[in-house]
Structures are given as C-alpha cells and as structure tokens.
Design a protein around this ligand. Structure first.
Ligand SMILES: Nc1nc2c(ncn2[C@@H]2O[C@H](COP(=O)(O)OP(=O)(O)OP(=O)(O)O)[C@@H](O)[C@H]2O)c(=O)[nH]1
Ligand SMILES: [Mg+2]
Length: 443
C-alpha cells in the first residue's frame, strides 16, 4: 500500500547517494521532498511537522560515521523516526486475569468489523486460545448470518440470537455460553453506521459498561485516510478505546492513516488486516512497517550491521580502491574478514535488495568451510601473486593448491570469483552498476 510513498522516498535517498558530504541546504532540500511525499500520502500535517523537525534535528547533530554514506545516515534517521511515529513497540492484547477475556470490536459501517472478528478469533485459536464469537450487531439480519457463516467455516463457535433480541441480552447470553464452554476469549462484533452517530455511540457505551471488556478495539479502514483518524478520535471520546486494528492495508491506499493514527490519537495499533481471507491478520510491528515503507528489504539491518562491524578506516580505503578499481586479492582477503565479522555471506546477500536470489543455498557450516578454504588459498600465495593474480599460471596454481591443502580447481574457482568481483568494482567505479546498488556502495 505504500508503493508511491516508497518510490518517492527512494528518489530522495538516491539523490543524496552521490554526495560525499551533506550541507544544511542538501538536508533541507531532502526534507522538503520528504514532506511533499508524506503529505501526498495523506499523512496528517501535525505528524509531518513533528516528524520532519525530529529528522532535521538529528541529521544536523549526527556524527559523521565513516562507515555510512550520508544517504545511509539519512535513511537510518528517517527509519528511526518512522518507528517512533508508528509506536515503537508491538502491542499485545490485554487478557483478563480470570478468563474469559473480552474484546469488543467497534467501527464505522464496512470498516471490516465482522471479518476482523473472525480473523481475530482464528488468530487466537492458533495461539492456543479458545475463542467464542458473539453476533451483537442486530441492526442488520445479514450481519448475524455473516458471522455465523464465518464461524462455521473456521469451526469457531458463534453465540447468536434472533435479530429481535437486543445486543445487551445477546452479550449476557454469550457470557453464559463462554462459561459453559470454558472459552478463554470472547470477541464481540457490533453494529456499524455510515457516520459517527449519537445513537450508535450510546449503544456501544452501554454495551461496554455492561460487559466490561479489557479490549475495545476500533476497526478502521486504512483506505479512508484522515477520516479514519477522525473516526478514531470520536470513538475514543465517546466509547473509550484500548487500541486499533487497521484493515485493508493490502489496498492501494496512500497509507496516511497508518502513519498518523497512533501519533494523533495516542492509541496503539494492535493488528493490521491485509486481505479478505480469515488468515490475513498480522500483529502490528512498527519497525517492520517502517522498513516496508522505506522499501529497503532489510537494507536497514544491513546498515546496522555495517555500523557495528565495519572498521571505518578500512572501509574508507576499500571504498577508494573500489572507486579506482585497484582491488586485489589482499583486499579480497581482508574483505572476507569483514564479512565474517558481519555474519555469513549468505545472510548478507539475502539482506541486499535484489540479491536474495543470488544467495547460494548452502548451510552456514558449508559456507564457513568455504570461507576457510578461500582464506587458506590466498594465504598460500606470495605477496606478488596476491597483488597481481594474473601471473598465476599452471605451476603456481599447483604450488598454491598444495600449500593450502586444496586442488588446482579450487584455486581456479577462487580466481574466477575474484575477477568477477573486480569487474563489479570497475563497473561501480564507472557508475554502471544498478542505481540502488551504487548508492549503497557509497559511490
Ligand atoms: N482487502 C481487504 N478487504 C477486507 C479487509 N477486511 C475486511 N475486508 C472486506 O471489507 C468488507 C466489509 O467487511 P465487514 O467485515 O463486513 O465490515 P463491517 O465493519 O462488519 O461492516 P458492517 O457490519 O456493515 O458495519 C468485506 O467485503 C470484507 O471482505 C482487509 O483487510 N482487506
Ligand atoms: Mg459487520
């Protein structure tokens, strides 16, 4: 759902990518573009303002980490601020000390309450709970049938009465049934109306007072943008909410609601709905959503790892060599050591956007073995051979293989790998690498 926003943010980042140092003017220009992108995505203006102020403050104060390029630093700051705005931590459902725990779902018409009730029940059953669904939306006969049907499909019990029975009575009955079947969770589906409506709020408030749920979750359609944020404020004022569930996150909406709602209402998002199927409900993880918005695969994890493990001075030298394409086998060896410090090569490849397909499917152990072999081969070479590997012919190859306990074939394979890497470095030096990769290599 964040495709457009992601594209725009990436454009901002790649425009920073070629710069060695960022001036305040560069940062301001980047922030201006980020601001436009967020507003276009329908993010609440208060959120945008606060977000940009924090990003700017940190960007100006940021220590220049030698291992990160300026673009990477900005990505890192933007990511951290996104996570802040989205609510930092995952929020779990609050369970009662004596079961059953009760969750009441409220929301405007068509926001996805009934579907979400079923999804939530399934999620709870999958985590070892015994849920009971309650059809307390008696405004539309079809609503009861809808829930009963969903319950049947999922083999989850539904407590339902005739449409003429008042929601309060339905809930009382349901709580009895919950005791009898020793349900651990009771999920109440309620009526929705097209607009915020006094009668609806009153009924919901009464129902809440009667059944005393620990969770009153507002189900909001993420595609409705700022209206969703307004609805959340109204429901919170009139009924009192414990959290939010954002539905239809799979749609092509601009995503502003998801980005604003926590900040504006102070209410945590607990789940997101990502499709029509009963299994399409996910716990809400702010950090995962942030990296989804930034569209960087797990580039952020990579940045963190690089920050932690990269020897700054060394990285700088290497970068210079990459630029001038003077890379030799000694560099290759020390790069292997860096990679070892950062985790396995396979893991690293998997983290790079577009590179996951290239990651060889070997076990960690096999890979360690391979790395050790490569190391042994390079260590068996003379310094001259390491610097100018082209001089390695048949007899040198045999000598190196013998010295490292490998075969001439292994030596050959390593040399070929090295030449490929050298080619890549040359491409980077002349700017012929795919765009996102050059930015990340710090070219
Ligand atoms: N794509 C998608 N569709 C969803 C999602 N959640 C709900 N829907 C669809 O949205 C429509 C409305 O869902 P309902 O669960 O009936 O909504 P409601 O809030 O109970 O509606 P009322 O009872 O009329 O107030 C249905 O067609 C659902 O399949 C979601 O996360 N993604
Ligand atoms: Mg419904």
């Amino acid at each position: 759902m964040f495709e457009v926003l992601t594209q725009k943010l990436n454009k901002v980042f790649s425009s920073l990518g070629s710069k060695g140092r960022l001036s305040e003017k560069d940062i301001d220009e980047a922030l201006r573009q980020i601001r436009l992108a967020l507003l276009e995505a329908d993010v609440n203006f208060k959120v945008v303002k606060s977000f940009l102020a924090s990003v700017k403050e940190q960007a100006m104060a940021a220590k220049v980490l030698e291992s990160l390029t300026p673009a990477q630093q900005i990505i890192k700051i933007v990511n951290e601020e996104l996570v802040n705005i989205l609510g930092k931590e995952r929020n779990h459902l609050t369970a009662a000390s004596h079961p059953p725990s009760i969750a009441m779902l409220v929301g405007l018409q068509g926001s996805g309450k009934t579907t979400t009730a079923a999804k939530l029940a399934l999620h709870l059953r999958n985590t070892g709970q015994r849920p009971l669904l309650v059809a307390a939306d008696t405004r539309r006969p079809a609503a009861i049938d809808q829930l009963v049907m969903l319950g049947k499909q999922l083999e989850i019990p539904v407590s339902a009465e005739d449409v003429k029975v008042a929601p309060l009575t339905v809930c009382r009955q349901a709580l009895k049934q919950a005791q009898e079947m020793a349900a651990t969770w009771v999920i109440v589906d309620t009526q929705g109306r097209l607009h915020i409506d006094e009668a609806m709020m009153k009924e919901l408030a009464q129902l809440k007072a009667e059944i005393r749920p620990l969770e009153v979750l507002l189900v909001v359609d993420a595609m409705t943008g700022q209206d969703a944020v307004n609805a959340a404020e109204e429901f919170n004022k009139n009924v009192g909410l414990s959290g939010l569930i954002l539905t239809k996150m799979d749609g092509d909406a601009r995503g502003g609601a998801a980005l604003s709602i926590k900040f504006v209402t102070g209410l945590p998002v607990k789940f997101i709905g990502t499709g029509e199927k009963a299994s399409a409900l996910e716990p809400f993880y702010p950090d995962r959503l942030a990296s989804r918005i930034l569209g960087m695969g797990d580039m952020l994890t990579l940045i963190e790892k690089a920050e932690g493990a990269f020897d700054e001075q060394h990285a700088k030298q290497l970068q210079k060599k990459m630029r001038t394409a003077e890379l030799n086998l000694e560099d290759f060896l020390s790069q292997l050591h860096q990679i070892k410090k950062m985790g396995s090569l396979t893991q690293l490849l998997e983290l790079l956007p577009g590179f996951s397909k290239l990651a060889p499917s070997v076990s960690h152990e096999d890979e360690e073995k391979r790395l050790r072999k490569i190391e042994a081969i390079i260590l068996s070479m003379t310094p001259e051979e390491r610097r100018t590997p082209t001089i390695i012919g048949g007899s040198r190859r045999r000598r190196i293989a013998k010295g490292s306990g490998t075969t001439p074939g292994d030596v050959n394979q390593l040399l070929n790998q090295f030449y490929q890497m050298q080619k890549l470095a040359k491409m980077a030096a002349t700017g012929r690498l795919p765009k996102n990769l050059t930015g990340m290599l710090g070219k």
